[in-house]
Write a protein that binds this ligand. Structure first.
Ligand SMILES: Nc1ncnc2c1ncn2[C@@H]1O[C@H](COP(=O)(O)OP(=O)(O)OP(=O)(O)O)[C@@H](O)[C@H]1O
Length: 258
């Protein structure tokens, strides 16, 4: 049952690809200010779940509520307007745009001048553009890469590109930030910084949904965790609870061979 503190409520999400049931009746509930982990072996359906809640895949079934209001995850733009922002497992930045410009693009979801203003560069558009640039710089500072603002995205280190993706996602002012394997490919120092950043994002009032293979990171950061295997929820609870769960141990270590 959802409460006033529920930010995301998903009930019975399913998604089939041909003969493969990638998601089967998946439900979960994220409370405001929570860091929520979604884990499971390779191919368990984690990314499919992200794609469903962020409008990239149309679910076959499921009910979705964000901040107590029903939403149809029908289109990526509508999802951003509703208040979910995400990053991708395979970084998707505009490689030849500067770090600042990448964040400015994310910000445009929340601006008003629109295409007309952008094409004719109206005074309103220019003032708005300045404000957007200032806000983008503040977000780069926030994730710790402010000094790289004028650098092309592709020249940044891998860990910094991941932080840039987070800054761009934050630019849409989401209530829920969905991070798809943010620590993938990071070294130990970068992981420590990432952990600090996610903690700070939560402290600043946002909820975070996290797909992550680094078990230590998940267990250290998350308030609650849902475990998927073959598209089904096999366990949900605190990190300590799911770690002890036999179905979870079996899924990771068992005979599934995945
Ligand atoms: N667009 C698609 N078309 C067909 N099958 C797909 C599609 N997207 C995902 N799948 C399949 O759905 C299943 C779940 O994949 P998904 O990427 O969601 O798993 P995952 O838990 O994110 O895995 P990983 O940890 O490896 O990223 C897999 O068997 C995958 O091959």
């Amino acid at each position: 049952m959802s409460t006033a503190d529920t930010i995301l409520q998903v009930q019975g999400a399913s998604k089939r690809f041909g003969g493969l049931q990638a998601l089967s009746d998946v439900s979960l509930q994220i409370q405001r200010g929570q860091i929520y982990g979604l884990i499971g072996p390779n191919g368990a359906g984690k990314t499919t779940f992200f794609n469903v809640i962020t409008g990239l895949y149309t679910p076959d079934s499921g009910r979705f509520e964000l901040g107590g209001k029903a939403y149809e995850p029908a289109a990526v733009h509508q999802v951003a307007q509703a208040g979910i922002a995400r990053t991708f497992q395979n970084i998707r930045l505009f490689a030849d745009m500067t770090a600042l410009e990448n964040v400015m693009v994310g910000r445009h979801v929340r601006t008003h001048s629109g295409l007309f203003g952008a094409i004719f560069r109206t005074p309103g558009f220019k003032a708005e553009e300045r404000a957007i640039a200032e806000r983008a710089q503040a977000l780069l500072d926030y994730v710790g890469i402010g000094k790289f603002a004028p650098y092309k995205a592709r020249t940044l280190s891998y860990g910094d590109q991941r932080r840039l993706e987070i800054a761009r996602a934050l630019a849409t002012e989401p209530h829920l930030l969905a991070l798809d394997e943010p620590a993938a490919g990071m070294n130990a120092t970068e992981k420590v910084m990432l952990r600090g950043l996610i903690d700070r994002i939560r402290a600043d009032g946002k909820s975070v949904l996290l797909i992550e293979h680094d078990v230590k990171l998940v267990m250290g950061l998350c308030d609650r965790v849902t475990v998927l295997d073959y598209g089904k929820v096999i366990a949900a609870g605190t990190p300590a609870q799911v770690q002890r769960d036999e179905k979870v141990i079996e899924a990771y270590l068992g005979t599934g061979g995945h």
